[in-house]
Structure formats: structure tokens, C-alpha cells
Design a binder for this molecule. Sequence first.
Ligand code: F6R
Length: 250
Amino acid sequence: MKLIEVQNYDEMSKLASEIIIEQVQTKANSVLGLATGGTPIGMYQYLMKDFTQNKTSYEQVITLNLDEYIGLDKNNPQSYSYFMKEHLFNHINIPENQTYLPSAKSVHDEEAGRNYEKLIESVGGIDMQILGIGENGHIGFNEPGTSFSSTTGIVKLADSTREANARYFTKMEDVPTHAISMGISTIMKSRQIVLLVSGVKKAPILNQLFQTDVNENLPASILKKHPDVTVIADQEALSILKEKKGSVFS
Ligand code: F6R
């Protein structure tokens, strides 16, 4: 994993957007794997700004999101489908039928994961996958303990994940208990991965990620085995790691 240190959230967002823009400019029909949550919002804002100013075209781009809650309608403002439209798709020239999110009718919909895998394969695989990381080390919604060989399917959200995401809902009971998520092996098949880490809340897990061996209790640790991962982390996220390994970074 290559680590790029940046000052703050804004710098992380700008750099991540530049990496995506270069990808799209180099390969007009890029397949991008996208994430939701608080972390990539700034990056999406920079992509929109660039689209307005420089007209980088997404006409041939295909996007595949990591995950979606189960039980929320697409028009529900808390759904990831809505999130992506609001934060990116409605503001750039990507055709709607080239933007995909996994979706499952119920927690028993096993076909849904298989279909998403087929879809990813049919578009030639993911060129560049953007990831955030959960405070518990999850990537996508693959919670600690998930097998590294997992493929896209229904997952149960950890209590801590539901609590972390409760900020977007009126009450805790409204936070879905399950989601459909790309699997860990699915994510690992992406040709290039960019992991974004920002804020002091992520400092403990970022420290663990760099200090511990690859193991299923820390899903993101598998990224160490991928040949092309760039971690962009800001000073707050790096605070514990730098305190412990100061000399490595100086
Ligand atoms: C989102 C996703 C999650 C988030 C993670 C961090 O599509 O798959 O893994 O990246 O939960 O969320 P934030 O960015 O809100 O801290």
C-alpha cells in the first residue's frame, strides 16, 4: 500500500478527485467503483466543480457502487441510490443507465449478489475502486469476521456501523439492519484501489491497519495484498500512527 499524507479533508478530497479525473481522461470508458458515506462527499464536489469548469466527460464512464441498504426505497433520501444522485450523478454528464448500485429485494434475495457479480464481469471489471473505511475496519459493508473470499451478497450490519450511520436517520430504529455489499474478493479484483481516510475518528483504525498483519477481523487489512492500493490520509487520521512511528514519516 502506498500512503499519501495530506493536510486535511479538503486536500484529500482534491487529490482523490484529481486521480479520478486523470483516470477518466486517460480511459474515457473507465469503470469506476464508488463509495458513499461522509468521506467521499468532498471528492464528489471537486469532480462536479471540474465538470463545470473543464467539462471532463463521463459520457462513457460506468459506475458501480459498493453497497446499498436493504429495505429503503431508491427515492428515500437515506438510500445510497439517492445519495449518489444528489452528490454526483445529477451534476455530471453520466447517463443514468451507466450508474449501478447493488440492490436486493429482501434479506433472502440471494440472486441479487450473483447478478451484481455478473454485471461487474460483463463490463470488464472495475478499473478504479474508491473506498472509505469504517471505524471497525470494514470496507464496503464487509464487517470484521467476513471471509476474505466473500463475493457480493447480503450482509448484516454491525451494531457499531448502525450507530455510526444513525446520524443520517431520525432514530436508531430507522437504520437498516442489513445491506447488500460487494464482497471482499470482489473489491480485491479491482485493478486499482484508492482508500480515503480522514478525521480523528479514523485514527485508531488507520493505526491498526498499518500495525497489524492481514487478518479477517480487520477487513481492510486484505488491501495489503493488492498490488495497486493508494491510501490518502489526512493529519487527523494519521495522528496515532505518526505518534507511534514518527520516524517513518519524517
Ligand atoms: C460506503 C461504504 C462504507 C464507508 C465507511 C466509512 O459506501 O462502503 O464502507 O466507506 O462506512 O463511512 P464514512 O465515510 O461515513 O466514515
